[in-house]
Design a protein around this ligand. Structure first.
Ligand SMILES: [Zn+2]
Ligand SMILES: [Zn+2]
Length: 218
């Protein structure tokens, strides 16, 4: 099967032989219901018309033949002429899987940015570039291993600008959180500053009064 981009698929027009409605491009479910094999495609064209005769008549058909609730949607596999009457458990099946081109563009952009940031980790210390490290540490999609690699560069980067965003971020992994906290402590020490325990602003390590909130520091 030749590989076609999802944006090309979105341009393709296929109609349902039962109701003539245009089929909707949906993300394929991970498992081929019935035989446990994949569809061989990430996407499926599906008739989501609730007035479609196949869908309307399917309820009776399935109840009579199988004794449970369900119906059929007409489905076509992209890049082939294969069509199926696919069993669905309800009206909502696949309505949550409709391909959203904006979402796909965003996902592609995120993947591209993420790969770029991982690549930049190799040179960011020499470049004094905190940005890729912060991007990966604050990106919920980056793997824990990548985040850990990024966190281990913080101390060398020695940039106070990392502190506020990292303090505002909740790290779910205790080891990663510890690496980040140790880096922040080292960076503050290298800059002779400390965090005011009352207002969390950075003040000189020697300060006895916080210049931001006026509280006495121990
Ligand atoms: Zn139809
Ligand atoms: Zn303060």
């Amino acid at each position: 099967m030749k590989s076609v981009s999802v944006f090309d698929l979105l341009e393709e027009v296929h109609s349902c032989p039962h109701c003539q409605s245009r089929l909707t491009l949906c993300h394929a479910p991970p498992i081929h219901v019935g035989d446990g094999l994949g569809w061989g495609s990430e996407y499926l064209f599906i008739c989501l018309n609730d007035e479609c005769s196949l869908f309307v008549n399917g309820w009776k058909n399935i109840e009579n033949n199988y004794g449970h609730v369900g119906s059929y949607r007409h489905m076509q596999i992209p890049g082939s002429d294969e069509t199926y009457s696919m069993m669905v458990a309800g009206r909502q099946a696949f309505t949550g899987s409709i391909v959203d081109p904006d979402q796909i563009r965003k996902d592609n952009e995120r993947h591209r940015r993420s790969r770029e940031a991982v690549e930049q980790l190799k040179t960011c210390v020499a470049d004094k570039n905190l940005e890729p490290v912060m991007y990966l540490l604050l990106d919920n999609h980056a793997s824990l291993e990548i985040k850990q690699r990024a966190a281990e560069l913080l101390t060398e980067l020695n940039d106070l600008a990392c502190i506020e965003p990292l303090r505002n971020h909740e790290f779910r992994d205790p080891h990663l959180e510890q690496t980040v906290n140790m880096a922040i402590t080292a960076i503050m020490a290298a800059h002779f500053v400390k965090e005011c325990p009352y207002c969390t602003e950075l003040v000189k390590a020697r300060a006895t009064v916080c210049k931001h909130c006026g509280k006495e520091l121990g």
